[in-house]
Design a protein around this ligand. Sequence first.
Ligand code: DGL
Length: 280
Amino acid sequence: MRHASFPDESGPIGVFDSGYGGLTILTQIRRLLPEYDYLYLGDNARTPYGTRSFEVVYEYTSQCVEQLFQMGCHLVILACNTASAKALKSIQVNDIPQLDEHRRVLGIIRPTVEAIGNITQNRHVGILATPGTIKSMSYPMEIYKLYPDIKVSGEACPIWVPLVESGEYQSDGADYFVSKHISHLLDKDPEIDTIVLGCTHYPLLLNKIRKYVPENINIISQGEYVAVSLQDYLKRHTEIDGKCTKGGSCRYLTTESVETFLPAATKFLNESIKAETICI
Ligand code: DGL
């Protein structure tokens, strides 16, 4: 089935997040695959998703995906763990067959999990993520499918996304919340040798996180693994690759005002960009 209002011509790769976090994924994807065109959509007006119910995250994510389809994307990456955990399956099973069975939506949990197995030495892994991602159990379930020998402990960090979205991630106040959740996680399993930043906002807190995590513990940010996995996907799915334009451009959309979005987005990306507001 094809949706009448979706353009059939090739288009950019859509990259979606509830806010700024997906920019950390987009940066790594563009580093590895600079030749493609990208359309980033941050639902900053409705962020955070991490404390919202399954139904609401699914509804918001599915609206944003449909918007990206309407704007010509044939492939959309949910560069958000919460959306990947709570909405991806429903979108793939319910929405895609209704909207257009030739379009694809991919998440970022699976590529991260695949990488974990080669990084942990002692098979003790910790996940730091939003309450929604932790509650969904997506990480332990995906990890046990691939690596049943890995022990997984999770810690929800409800304040970390608001710290990042509000630009407070380098403040002294952030230290309290960062150290608190890291010590909770390490109390759950003192043998952890690998910690996954299971939220795309968290790389922004990396300096603080590193300060409270013992040096011998690996800290995994997802961007580079997602990028490698996307490269591999495009090689294996030439029919989708052929629907992705290659002009090296990147366009930024936000559901917030441009004035609100730009200062933080510029900091995240380390470059000045233009953005447009979109109503969903
Ligand atoms: N960046 C999102 C993630 O990776 C969550 C942000 C939010 O709570 O909206 O989970």
